[in-house]
Design a protein around this ligand. Structure first.
Ligand code: APR
Length: 252
């Protein structure tokens, strides 16, 4: 268990030193203030849905029409959404820290990029891309909506074109890079994720494992509710990302 005292110099801020390396993990909560629904809880995307029907290879093979309908609606919503103050605060922080900043998002929208973030990976894929469900051909940019089966596309190999989203039972993307960044970071900031989906929910533990007296690691959570893994954080900042993030950082 890790509970370390936060800096008392600026009790409501996170002090980032000249040698800190910052790892940021974001979840659906950071896009909530842009009008995009989160997954869990009342009114969430999974309310009234069985996750395995929509977000699993088995669900896709059983009913591709239903799966594409769900992701088409999300494409439409994400295209209408604008980045909020939370996305913008992280882009500003990256501008200040340069290569000492790394962003890993579980989100499939592109609001971080549109706010100006550059050094980021989408571990659960991207809504604006599709790929073949059979061959290894590269994912491609695709803004199409697929309201019914007559609009579905086939790859040259005969496979079906599916959303480039990592579903339950599939391996998240960019894990090698993520593990490397987790082992090097001295400050982790997790924003707007319920802390129940693996492996992302374990990243805070992996970062904490690299804590030593000589090279302390601090881990912070920002969101309106405590996540399931709250106990692993040095401190939880309770509130909406768009309200907290713009004034959270103090660069020493
Ligand atoms: N600012 C910060 N956090 C917020 C805000 C806000 N304005 N509004 C809501 N939240 C928090 C909620 O308190 C909740 O803890 O965002 C979290 C969203 O949790 P989930 O809906 O579970 O989303 P997430 O953790 O990103 O889901 C992880 O699950 O279904 C899969 O692949 C999907 O990437 C997704 C993964």
């Amino acid at each position: 268990m890790t509970h370390r005292k936060p800096s008392s110099l600026h009790p409501h801020k996170i002090t980032i030193g000249k040698r800190d390396r910052v790892f940021v993990l974001t979840g659906a909560g950071i896009s909530a203030e842009s009008g995009l629904s989160t997954f869990r809880g009342a009114g969430g995307l999974w309310a009234g849905e069985r996750i395995e029907d929509i977000a699993s290879p088995r669900g896709w093979h059983r009913d591709p029409e239903r799966v594409w309908r769900f992701y088409s609606q999300r494409r439409e919503k994400a295209a209408e959404a604008e980045p909020n103050d939370g996305h913008r605060a992280l882009a500003r922080l990256e501008e200040q820290l340069g290569e000492r900043f790394f962003l890993c998002t579980q989100n499939v929208d592109n609001l971080h990029e549109r706010a100006g973030s550059r050094n980021l990976v989408h571990m659960h894929g991207e809504l604006s891309q599709s790929r073949c469900d059979s061959c290894e051909s590269e994912p491609f940019t695709d803004a199409h909506l697929y309201p019914d089966a007559s609009t579905h596309m086939r790859c040259e190999c005969g496979g079906r074109i599916r959303p480039n989203i990592v579903w339950f039972g599939e391996v998240p993307l960019h894990m090698e890079r993520i593990l490397d960044e987790l082992s090097r970071c001295t400050l982790m900031l997790v924003i707007g994720t319920s802390g129940v989906v693996q492996p992302a929910a374990s990243f805070v533990h992996w970062a904490n494992q690299h804590h030593t007296e000589d090279r302390p690691v601090r881990t912070y959570y920002v969101g309106p509710e405590h996540p399931a893994n709250a106990i692993a954080f040095t401190r939880v900042f309770e509130g909406a990302a768009g309200e907290i993030l713009p004034t959270l950082f103090h660069l020493a």
